[in-house]
Design a protein around this ligand. Structure first.
Ligand code: GLA
Length: 656
């Protein structure tokens, strides 16, 4: 049995953040720990960017400072998620070993002076990374403060350099065995790209005009696999020392660079960093989407590794969180299955690239408003923990998502560059979120039998197995709704005969898919009972097809916009938000899926986790929520009968 997040939480909610004591004089540390205690911090992540401190010159080891920090934290009952520092190599590495530096598609080197300047394919980098990981594991594997390992940080690099090119060729040889197979899969008959030797095959470097899409797709797969090799190499080292300590590496939210399903399967704990924009009216929903995805990757409780206490510094204009919003979004994460609520970072830096990124203690210090809010949240989470830690979030609906399909669908020569998968996914998730329908995410080849409703906002690429899985799901009584640009290509990104998988066309009652009619910004299409945006299609339904919502007016007048055949639905446009919500809510009702709560005021989110009902007011105005029955609000302890009042950004956690 692999360890899980529960081995680190032990019934608590982990609360804390990245702690970078090496940026501060040692005299600050006792003060840090005192303030952490006050804020009910029970976990910090150490060492994420400590490589040059730990190994100031090749092969040297400076562990004394880390020993002292680990001991200090342990003395005060604060657990440590210990990071391997391998995401930011020291300057000496690039200077002595230029082969460790990645190159972009234009051949430009990514130099030290920032971070993440390592080539996933560099044997030298991997050797140094393994050595420091080994020594950290040997030294701290038995330290009583250690609760979890954190490998690297937000794996996200690409490399188009020569060593990566050689690794790419090895990866391709393992996949295709013969050049004929590669030439066929990549469609190299197009534009005279046929390869006569493996040595001629390259990463998709700078070209004159449009790259080969299958080559780009394989390069994305290769990159995800190489980074995963880096992760598993370090993971396996720490596992040898500490088989019972869980291992994680933090994802970025809805990040395209890693095959998130494949990666999650290799982790003991799935963790994510989440930074919605406080000014974004959809910030709460975007957060919910990432939380649902992460919970589904984890198949249970997950870890919010990083969020911001106040403003970030990576947007054009960086807004603080208004009073209460940080608490609301943290409780939202807990509602959606998080058993760890952590921040980047404990103490806001005074120097370096992120000195204007907030911390749990900002430049304003202990008395700062943000820190005071963090402190209150720490107490609330400590109270809540025994009621929620380890419990499950039930969902009857799965949203299908696949990274390979995303990569393939994003090719530059596509029918409309206005179609971006994250936007389409967000629109569909939003419709369900606003209808108070809790959703999991799933891969199209996953077992879907536990869901009453499955929606596929856009699966441009579908393997034969996935198509078979969807068909089998509907055959055994499931309800399926697919959005446009689904089932277009096979796993080599070869367009299916007829322009869309024949079995899917048959499933939806599509006789011919004549043409796509993508829409310009601001352009809409009228349909009976709804208005479409972004995309429309010229479809001929099977003769006698029932239940068709037609386009009205324009080029597509009278043709089907939405088709239904039995329990299979096809939506050939992106309905405006309220129309998509109405459509999916009615399909869900037909499939027997009820909202978490009926009659909720706008902007209020309701989620069940275990026995508990979380009510979250994303609005700035106070609201009253009718709740049948009688409950106790675990935030504050009051009895709730019939209704509960939520202030601006207010929340209630109700136990029957
Ligand atoms: C990421 C990183 C952190 C920090 C934050 C800032 O999530 O993991 O090191 O850079 O972003 O938002």
């Amino acid at each position: 049995m692999r360890p899980t997040l529960a081995d680190a939480t032990r019934g608590r909610i982990l609360f804390g953040g990245d702690y970078n004591p090496e940026q501060w004089p040692e005299e600050t540390w006792p003060e840090d720990v005192r303030l952490m205690r006050q804020a009910r911090v029970n976990s910090v992540t150490l060492g994420v960017f400590s490589w040059s401190k730990l190994e100031p010159e090749p092969g040297a080891r400076e562990f004394g400072w880390l020993d002292r920090v680990m001991d200090l934290l342990h003395e005060h009952g604060i657990g440590v998620v210990l990071a391997t520092p391998t995401s930011s190599p020291p300057p000496w590495m690039g200077r002595l070993h230029p082969d460790t530096l990645p190159r972009d598609a234009d051949g430009r080197t990514e130099w030290w002076g920032g971070r993440q300047h390592f080539s996933h394919s560099s044997a030298t980098y991997r050797r140094y990374a393994a050595a420091i990981t080994e020594d950290l594991a040997a030294r701290y594997g038995t330290h009583p403060a250690l609760t979890m390992w954190h490998i690297n940080n937000e794996y996200c690099t690409f490399d188009h350099g020569d060593e990566a090119a050689a690794a790419f060729r090895r990866w391709l040889r393992a996949k295709y065995a013969s050049l004929d197979a590669l030439n066929s899969a990549w469609g190299t008959a197009f534009w005279s790209q046929g390869y006569d030797t493996w040595d001629g095959v390259l990463p998709p470097r700078h070209v004159h005009y449009l790259k080969n899409p299958a080559q780009v797709l394989d390069f994305r797969r290769f990159t995800s696999d190489m980074l995963l090799e880096c992760f598993t190499a370090e993971r396996d080292i720490v596992r040898r020392y500490t088989p019972h300590t869980p291992v994680t590496s933090n994802f970025m939210p809805l990040w395209s660079g890693q095959d998130g399903w494949r990666w999650a399967a290799e982790e003991d704990v799935v963790s994510v960093d989440l930074y919605p924009d406080p000014r974004d009216p959809l910030g709460g929903q975007r957060g919910a989407l990432v939380q649902d995805l992460t919970r589904s990757q984890a198949r249970g409780p997950w870890m919010l590794m990083e969020q911001a206490a106040g403003p970030v510094n990576f947007r054009g204009v960086n807004h603080p969180k208004p009073r209460g919003l940080g608490r609301l979004w943290s409780l939202q994460a807990v509602a959606r299955g998080a058993d760890a609520v952590c921040y980047f970072q404990w103490r806001q830096s005074r120097q370096g690239a992120e000195k204007f990124h907030s911390g749990m203690i900002g430049h304003a210090g202990e008395g700062g408003r943000t820190h005071q809010e963090v402190r209150r949240l720490g107490s609330e989470l400590a109270e809540l923990a025994p009621e929620v830690s380890g419990s499950r979030v039930p969902a009857d609906i799965a949203v299908l998502h696949d990274w390979h399909s995303w990569w393939a669908g994003a090719h530059e020569g596509r029918p409309s560059d206005r179609v971006e998968l994250p936007d389409v996914l967000t629109a569909w998730h939003r419709a369900l979120w606003e209808a108070h329908l809790t959703t999991d995410f799933a891969h199209p080849e996953h077992d879907l039998s536990g869901y009453r409703l499955v929606v596929a906002p856009q699966l441009y690429l579908l393997t034969d197995t996935a198509v078979g899985n969807l068909l089998g799901y509907v055959r055994s009584g499931g309800t399926l709704v697919c959005g446009f640009l689904t089932g277009i290509a096979d796993e080599d990104d070869r367009v299916r005969p007829g322009g869309m998988d024949a079995r899917l066309r048959e499933l939806f009652g599509i006789r011919t898919l004549h043409e796509w009619w993508p829409l310009e910004a601001g352009e809409t299409v009228e349909c009976a009972g709804l208005r479409g945006t972004l995309w429309s299609e010229e479809i001929e339904a099977e003769p006698g097809a029932a239940d068709v919502v037609p386009y009205r007016g324009g080029e597509l007048d009278g043709m089907p916009a939405v088709l239904r055949k039995g329990r299979a639905w096809y939506v050939s446009t992106l309905p405006e938000p309220h129309d998509l919500r109405a459509l999916l809510a009615s399909v869900a009702a037909g499939a027997g899926v009820r909202p978490v709560l009926e009659g909720l005021p706008a902007g209020v989110e309701a989620v069940r986790r275990g026995e508990l009902l979380f009510l979250l007011n994303h609005g700035r105005e106070p609201v009253t929520v009718e709740v049948p029955g009688s409950h106790r609000d675990l935030l504050g302890g009051e009895k709730v009968t019939g209704s509960v009042r939520l202030g601006r950004y207010g929340a209630a956690v109700l136990r029957p």
